[in-house]
Design a protein around this ligand. Sequence first.
Ligand code: ADP
Ligand code: MG
Length: 323
Amino acid sequence: EQIANQISAGEVVERPASVVKELIENSLDASADKIEIVIENGGKDLIQVIDNGKGIRSNQIELAFSRYATSKIEDVNDLYSLRTLGFRGEALASIAAVAKVIAKSCHKEEKEGVKLVLNGGEIIEKETIGYNKGLEITVKDLFFNTPARYKYLKKTSTEAAHISRIITAAALARPDVKFTLDHNGNRTITTPGSKSLKDVIYSIYGENVFDKLISVEFKDNFIEVSGFVVEPDIMRSSRQHQYYFVNGRPVYNKFLRLSVEEAYKELFGIKKYPLIFLNIDLNPILVDVNVHPTKREVKFSRGKDIKKTIKSNVKNILIKNKE
Ligand code: ADP
Ligand code: MG
């Protein structure tokens, strides 16, 4: 069982950023509207995620850390209409298997909180505590018991950059949720939780980008798109600032990537990459999010149609903006 968890951890937990991603998704699934993330040394020494969601009941906390325990699927049909982000019930068990974890929880309907301490997946302490409503998970010494994987971690700034991107994507996807990130004691991300995507972009990218935003809004039979692209004079040398959200999840998809880029290329002929913040709402039947348990690559049926629609609409918007 312990070994099985370590193996499964290899799928779910590749690096500190994967831990952050799983914990944030759990917080969102628990309806938190405030999520504080604290990391030390790029998450290699410490990752802490504190939320104000519904919490885990005291008598369910061990279960939450066991494999394939999920409270999120009631029947198989749920798999097709998934509203929640996580549903495999692997994340907490996998993380706990390769780190030292302290969970402090207080369920919204309970008077007392509970603290659970695990070491490499083994429960070493459980006690009653007072705690604010929600869940606080502390993950220390990631890969302390799997040295071969520890060796593959990159330098602090690289791991921290991966974490930043995960949090930025989550914050852009959920402007209604307040996110903070502290790295080695410095606050590097604070979003307002004001419900406005524009406010999130401002809080992360500042005035220079904010002043250059072009609003994108259109819908047709099977797709509804909203968000922002930018004026061509602030295009970047990498795709790092391109964010697509499909039905609320940050995703990667080749057709999406090419749709906006081709619109820019055909209009401006610049070999640089626009910043992109686009929400795409699609009938879930057209989306397969399950291509890989943790990667954000999605597959579409009718990918080419989706690309065509986005490209031509964005192109029209850019042309209007030029005039
Ligand atoms: P999954 O998210 O796939 O269900 P996880 O291993 O990530 O599996 O979490 C296991 C269970 O622990 C969840 O189904 C949920 O019931 C509970 N849980 C995890 N994180 C939180 C949280 N932040 N707030 C409340 N409950 C949580
Ligand atoms: Mg989960």
